[in-house]
Design a protein around this ligand. Structure first.
Ligand SMILES: Cc1cc2nc3c(=O)[nH]c(=O)nc-3n(C[C@H](O)[C@H](O)[C@H](O)COP(=O)(O)O)c2cc1C
Length: 253
């Protein structure tokens, strides 16, 4: 049992300990950027404006009731409008607060929004297969990598899936959420890490529900090769690393 102690303690609130800590924010250190900058000269794709017209099932009750982790997908592509909606539903910016932090479609402790969204795109109409990054401020996609054998990469990254082997490579899109922990550590110091994990759950839940509302299905993926995906996405594994994945595809009829 002793090996559980540290992990269990991580799940508990350490607010009283945190209250005595001089955080980087209190020390007056610069606030980290709210999104990851990019210097790439790679192509940028403007995503279609999101409107409720994309939604096929407006009834939230039914979407919640019918949601299931979906690991079998049809061959149908997602449209770019549908992908745009899924990105908006998971990380879209819908406002700013007094501190200049973004407010999004998902709640997040202290509006720190430590996540970046990467996409392994296999079947989206009008979009070349490859790896992309979502740019939430301008609601755009940044092209990152043209992976010829993208399905092999997804397969290697998602290791031995216990329910349906190798299902992720058959999805239309695999979302990969990284975290830049310092966006939260600056403000919450040792309390940041538990909050980050809770925050990412909200993101994936919105992926599930938004997928359900357009006739698609999602499946959360917590089993993956950390080193490999960080390498593929060129993340340093310390200041930014992948935390969670979600596969999406149109449901089989
Ligand atoms: C944090 C988390 C990690 C998960 N990781 C995987 C995974 O790696 N592979 C998989 O097939 N399903 C994964 N799932 C999906 C669960 O297996 C699924 O939610 C559970 O069996 C309940 O089924 P339901 O979502 O259809 O209600 C994960 C779900 C969560 C919340």
């Amino acid at each position: 049992m002793s090996r559980y102690v540290q992990q269990r303690n991580f799940l508990k609130s350490n607010f009283l300990e945190f209250k005595n800590i001089k955080t980087d924010k209190i020390k007056g250190l610069p606030k980290p950027p709210i999104v990851k900058p990019y210097t790439s000269i790679s192509p940028i794709i403007n995503l279609p404006k999101v409107s409720e017209d994309v939604v096929k099932r407006q009834n939230i009750y039914e979407c919640i009731k019918d949601r299931r982790s979906t690991r079998f997908y049809s061959e149908e592509c997602l449209s770019l409008t549908e992908l745009s909606y899924l990105l908006w539903a998971t990380q879209g910016i819908t406002g700013t607060n007094k501190a200049g932090l973004t407010l999004r479609t998902v709640p997040c402790s202290g509006a720190t929004h430590t996540f970046e969204t990467y996409l392994f795109i296999t079947r989206v109409d009008g979009i070349q297969k490859g790896v992309y990054r979502y740019l939430p401020v301008d609601h755009q996609l940044l092209f990152m990598l043209d992976l010829d054998d993208i399905d092999q990469h997804i397969d290697a990254i998602t290791l031995d899936q216990p329910f349906v082997p190798n299902f992720a490579k058959k999805a239309a899109v695999v979302f990969a959420w990284s975290t830049v922990p310092y966006r939260s550590e600056w403000k919450y110091d040792i309390s940041a890490h538990k909050k980050i994990l809770i925050d990412v759950g909200h993101v994936c839940q919105n992926l599930y529900l938004a997928s359900e509302s357009i006739g698609a299905g999602a499946c959360a993926i917590g089993i993956y090769d950390q080193k490999l995906i960080d390498e593929v996405l060129d993340l340093d594994g310390e200041e930014e690393f992948v935390l969670y994945l979600g596969a999406v595809g149109k449901k089989r009829k």
